[in-house]
Structure formats: C-alpha cells, structure tokens
Design a protein around this ligand. Sequence first.
Ligand SMILES: Nc1nc2c(ncn2[C@@H]2O[C@H](COP(=O)(O)OP(=O)(O)OP(=O)(O)O)[C@@H](O)[C@H]2O)c(=O)[nH]1
Ligand SMILES: [Mg+2]
Length: 255
Amino acid sequence: MSKAVVIVGVAGSGKTWTAYTLYEWFRNEDQDAYILNLDPGVDKLPYQPTFDIREYVDLWRVMDEYGLGPNGGLIVSMDLMVNYIEKINSVLRSLGTGLAIIDTPGQLEIFLYRPSGKVLLDSLDVEDILLLYVVDGVFVRETRNLVASMLLGGTLRLRFDKPLLAAINKIDLLSDDEVERLMKLVTKPQYLKEEADKSLGSFEADFIYRLTVLMRRYGVYTDFIPISSLYMTNYDKLIASITRVLYGGEEYYTV
Ligand SMILES: Nc1nc2c(ncn2[C@@H]2O[C@H](COP(=O)(O)OP(=O)(O)OP(=O)(O)O)[C@@H](O)[C@H]2O)c(=O)[nH]1
Ligand SMILES: [Mg+2]
C-alpha cells in the first residue's frame, strides 16, 4: 500500500514547486514516487501528474456552469471532487508501495474549513499520511507573521489529525543570518520571547511565547526544515524528515 505526502499551505507559498521537486528528488534516487494533482484551479503544472483532478473537475468550467466567481467556484469544485474519491483511490492502489505526493488547492482555507477537504483526506486509500505544510519564508520574516503561520499549522494539525512537517520555503530569498534566526525562532520559544519583548507589546510577547510553548509541548510539528523548492536546498534534510515519519528512520525509502 502506498503512503502519501499531502502538500498544504496558503496561496503562492510554493506547494506545486515543492511537489514537483520532491518528485524529481525521489525519481533521481530511483525511488517510486508519483504526483496527484488535487488542485482543480491550477493553470499550468511544472510536472506530469499521474492523476489530475482537472480531468473530472475543472474550476473554470465549474465557475462557468454554476455562474460563480473563483471562491464560490472552488467551494463547489471541492464538493464535486468528493464524487471522484474512488477514481483517486484506484490510482493510489495501482501505485503499490510508491510514495504519493499530493498537491492541493491554493486556497487553504477552503481545503481546511469545508467538510470536503477532510472527507477527501480521510478517504484516501493509503497506509499513512504526512502533511507537508509549506510556509513562505519571506512572509514569516516578521515575528508576528511567523507565529500566525505557526498557529495555522496548529489548526491543520487539529483539523486533520495527521503528522505535520513544516517546510519554510523560498530561503533563496533570505540571507543565511535570516534563516538561522527563523530556525531559532521556531525551535526555541525563549529566543522568540526575547525577540518579541523587544519589538512587540508585553501582552503580545507573552501571548506569542505561551502559544509557542504549548505548540511544542503538544508536538504540533514533527520538524521545521528551511528549504528552497526552486533550488532544492536542504532536500536531504527534508527527505530525511519525511521518511522518518512515514518510514520510521530510513534515510529514504527503498521499494
Ligand atoms: N524564489 C523562490 N520562489 C519560489 C520558490 N518556490 C516557489 N516559488 C515561486 O512562488 C510562486 C508560487 O509557487 P507555486 O509552487 O505555484 O505555489 P503554490 O503554493 O502551488 O501556489 P497556488 O497553488 O497558486 O496556491 C511561483 O512563482 C514560484 O516560482 C522558492 O523556493 N524560491
Ligand atoms: Mg499550486
């Protein structure tokens, strides 16, 4: 049976590129990996998916047919996608033990807060699922944005009840010092508090500190990996972290 990495994150964070380059990485290592595109609204894909939901549900056709704008169209598209779960599953079953890399729609809140997102995820015929939460590294340079993004991860963890790995993406646009600072902020709540004390009010600083301590205590994240999906930076660490969760400690899996 196949295992799945489901790639989630807000619009434009780099989900599709991460899916593509992960796939390339596994393929270059002669590992069986496949991409399933579950984004009905994507225009162009850099990869050739093994399954493409747009063959069955296409956002632009749905908008046209139902007279809807992009948001309403995506909501209806997600609801319609539930009708094709058996098609998705028959592809997943045909993958044997290969790794399924699943790309999801840009509007995370629709995937997150509509019943269809959870129904879809819970119905996937796979052995294990890891949520790979792609975060835009440029956006989270500001402490406030970083904590807001970490909290969204907490919501993902709560809503889907699956292990959650955070990839802080686009680090090619950050300096080494900025990446080091971000990693300290996400792994050391005390460091975050010291930074927050300097730049934010005492209520906010305390609130942020307590939230991050709680998230660590409850193990919301399995790991934080700074990556550039464009340049495949730190992919050795990313793959090691994915396989640790899905395959129990192997550097990468072998079929
Ligand atoms: N500099 C840089 N740009 C990136 C990186 N990853 C993605 N991008 C760019 O960010 C933009 C969005 O990337 P996508 O992979 O389409 O992001 P997405 O999350 O799939 O976007 P939606 O599906 O529309 O929500 C594209 O212009 C990418 O080229 C990265 O690591 N570094
Ligand atoms: Mg995308």
